[in-house]
Design a protein around this ligand. Structure first.
Ligand code: ACO
Length: 370
């Protein structure tokens, strides 16, 4: 038995949800470029869950369900008020999502009907939890979700307690489409491992949020913004990045386990970053990002991943830095739940082996002699 570090190149399951073939990402066989331009996040979530794009009445029904489920139990909102004010936002989300299960009578109902309902509920409630947490820690009252609006609209509305700008809604919606699913990424794998024990969907999503939090995965978008803030100005990009590369430090938002010739999602976020910069009359973050890309790609051959331009996009939309990874979770909840449903449909316990590298033939030394 020989281990492959990080399971690189290991095919761990079959899946019909999304594919990465020759650097092209598809959801249910539809190119991500097509979806980014022509589908809303709710249409994409439906596609991931049901395997086809919804017709108008199916979409209306989904929007109605999302609206109906978006309110979170009052006890869960109250418990957010007990978290320390400096709680990490992903830790808050992980804890809050786990606690949702306590208030869902169907939490342990393993029927397919109950599980799809819970998938839609989790999708609807994650944005509400994040917006409520963000307001509570600032001493503000949470804002109740609106019915009949998109998730992108509702999130911005609940976060800021005002009607969001249409450009911001469109940009966020497109970002949600681009992050919705990504084959067997670390958090999706964590979700599948958890539910393959026949544990419940809330446990699977809690595992996934924990995995997404790390800076080698979803946490990279926040880490990119930390870097941009540290750099501070266009003039400082070159010395800062050169120093980082000389120190062999990782540049956040670059590189990918699967894509070696570029992440197909990054170009959409780059375009969005440029357009939002133009619209707001502040191109500095975009220009700094382009310069970073030029240096890192030039010197290391590494290309930006989905997280790199997300940082400037979300900042330009006025979103606090530590909500970037939770926004990733809003989107990826659709993919996680689709994968959980797929795992239940054709389940087998996921239990790989380890290559043992420890000592052999050891004996218990009496405690007095240790
Ligand atoms: N900056 C500098 N060097 C890098 C970077 C980077 N961002 N990424 C990879 N490298 C280098 C490594 O140091 C390594 O060099 P070496 O062979 O000289 O030791 C080589 O490229 C291979 O890198 P690994 O870390 O082994 O690649 P792996 O496939 O394990 O990791 C990962 C992929 C985690 C994404 C990595 O590229 C990285 O840490 N990137 C920065 C964090 C990031 O942006 N994560 C988000 C990924 S996308 C997502 O999850 C949504």
């Amino acid at each position: 038995m020989t281990a492959t570090k990080g399971l690189e190149g290991i095919v761990a399951t079959t899946s019909s949800i999304s594919s990465i073939i020759d650097g092209v990402l598809t959801y249910r066989g539809i190119n991500i470029d097509d979806l980014a331009e022509n589908a809303s996040f709710e249409e994409v979530a439906y596609l991931l869950w049901y395997g086809k794009l919804p017709n108008q009445s199916e979409l209306n029904e989904l929007l109605q369900q999302l609206g109906e489920y978006a309110a979170v139990p009052a006890s869960v909102i109250d418990s957010l008020k007990l978290y320390p004010k400096n709680t990490n936002s992903m830790a808050a989300l992980r804890t809050a999502v786990s606690s949702l299960a306590l208030f869902d009578e169907q939490a342990n109902d393993m029927s397919q009907e109950a599980n799809i309902k819970k998938a839609i509920k989790i999708q609807a409630q994650i944005p509400t939890l994040i917006a409520a947490f963000a307001r509570i820690r600032e001493g503000k009252e949470p804002v109740a979700p609106k019915a009949g609006v998109s998730i992108a609209y509702n999130f911005l509305y609940m976060l800021n307690d005002q009607e969001p700008d249409q450009v911001a809604v469109k940009a966020l919606d497109q970002a949600l489409v681009l992050h919705a699913d990504h084959e067997l990424n670390a958090s999706t794998f964590a979700a599948r491992v958890t539910v393959a024990t026949l544990s419940d969907i809330y446990s699977g999503i809690t595992s996934a949020i924990g995995a997404l939090k790390g800076p080698l995965h979803g946490g990279a978008n926040e880490a990119v913004m930390v870097m941009l803030e540290e750099i501070g100005s266009f003039a400082n990009v070159e010395p800062y990045i050169n120093q980082k590369l000389a120190n062999k430090d990782k540049i956040m938002g670059f590189g990918h386990r699967v894509y070696k010739n570029g992440d197909p999602r990054a170009k959409h976020l780059q375009k969005m970053s440029r357009e939002l910069g133009k619209l707001t009359g502040n191109m500095e973050l975009y220009e700094m990002s382009v310069k970073i890309e030029e240096i890192v790609t030039g010197q290391k051959g590494l290309k930006p991943n989905v997280d790199f331009y997300s940082a400037s996009v979300y900042t330009t939309l006025g979103i606090p830095r530590d909500l970037f990874t939770p926004i990733f979770a809003i989107s990826r909840a659709s993919g996680w739940t689709a994968h959980i449903l797929e795992q239940y449909e054709n389940n087998r316990l996921i239990r790989p082996r380890a290559e043992y590298t420890g000592p052999v033939d050891q004996k218990v030394t009496p405690i007095a002699q240790r």
